[in-house]
Design a protein around this ligand. Structure first.
Ligand SMILES: NC(=O)C1=CN([C@@H]2O[C@H](COP(=O)(O)OP(=O)(O)OC[C@H]3O[C@@H](n4cnc5c(N)ncnc54)[C@H](OP(=O)(O)O)[C@@H]3O)[C@@H](O)[C@H]2O)C=CC1
Ligand SMILES: O=C(O)[C@@H]1CCC=N1
Length: 272
């Protein structure tokens, strides 16, 4: 199976690296295209993949093509192309629906929300497929996603909230950790920011391993750490007071952004 990747920003490059690292795709089976060619050339220096002269060449070459441009660039790009009916088009864009994709390609279309953590072959890939996939296309698609992540099929209604938990989360967690480290240094300047960050990264890795290897629930881990009448309990009380409202606002604001993006995509559709 030939795989195409159009758009080599953060997610397009992650897919190239993850497919090659997992062995799901030999580099010779990959053809890529990016608006700015240098990004493709840099990847080619590391992986012996082919660079398409155009996005059209990538579509003509590929059984499945991952389109990894920003949401408002996807439909205009796909409309310019003559996509072979056999080609399975996969969009990674937040805010672009299966119906939008079916409007620009007569063949199989799917939507995936990947995560940068799949560069380490970890994390969840959210996906939704059109009814048009053949059983072979579906199997190949799932094999690809499973090779780099835990695939999770999800309704388009639930995908937006789930996106925050799987795909935005690496960035959000980094933001939380940075704020945690900064607060520690404000409290105790003798700790350097780099030392505080290093301590948190090590702690986060160990926490994730404990949760996974011992199959602990979050509440069980809390119980192990927070000695009755001890120090951590005080910290947890502060979190219980402050975090729920913050996370409610986070979901409300990201939902509004999804809604605005979807409106802009619909405006693009009605301008056709
Ligand atoms: N970043 C993430 O963690 C996630 C992103 N996504 C989705 O992935 C998509 C890409 O996001 P991200 O990688 O962060 O964005 P980037 O801005 O990093 O990458 C977009 C890439 O698309 C290229 N591009 C734009 N137009 C074209 C075109 N017509 N033909 C070929 N290449 C083109 C750009 O090229 P150039 O080099 O010229 O700018 C750039 O390399 C978005 O739709 C986003 O919703 C989904 C889940 C997670
Ligand atoms: O922030 C974004 O828009 C993309 C989609 C999910 C993660 N990154």
């Amino acid at each position: 199976m030939n795989i195409g990747i159009i758009g080599l920003g953060s997610i397009g490059q992650m897919l190239v690296k993850a497919f090659c690292k997992s062995g799901a795709a030999a580099p010779e089976k990959l053809m890529v295209f990016n608006r700015t060619q240098e990004k493709a050339e840099q990847l080619q220096a590391e992986y012996k993949l082919a660079i398409g002269k155009t996005a059209q060449e990538v579509c003509d070459h590929s059984d499945v093509v991952f389109v990894c441009t920003k949401p408002l660039d996807i439909l205009p790009l796909l409309r310019e192309l003559t996509i072979p009916a056999r080609t399975h088009v996969v969009s990674v864009a937040a805010g672009v629906s299966i119906a939008d994709l079916e409007g620009v390609h007569t063949g199989a279309v799917s939507k995936v929300i990947p995560t940068v953590t799949s560069q380490e072959l970890r994390g969840v890939s959210l996906y939704a497929c059109s009814q048009r996939l053949t059983p072979e296309q579906r199997e190949h698609f799932l094999t690809l996603l499973s090779s780099i992540s835990v695939p999770q099929e999800i309704s388009e209604q639930a995908i937006e909230t789930a996106t925050i938990l799987t795909s935005s989360a690496p960035g959000l967690i980094a933001g939380i950790l940075e704020s945690f480290a900064q607060a520690a240094v404000r409290k105790t300047p003798e700790l350097s920011i780099d030392l505080a960050r290093h301590m948190l990264v090590e702690t986060m890795l160990g926490t994730a391993m404990l949760l996974q290897k011992e199959q602990l629930g979050f509440d069980q881990l809390i119980e192990r750490v927070a000695t009755k009448g001890g120090i951590t309990e005080e910290g947890l009380r502060v979190l219980d007071k402050t975090l729920p409202a913050g996370f409610d606002e986070l979901f409300a604001m990201t939902e509004s952004k999804h809604d605005r993006l979807k409106q802009l995509v619909q405006q693009q559709n009605s301008a056709q």
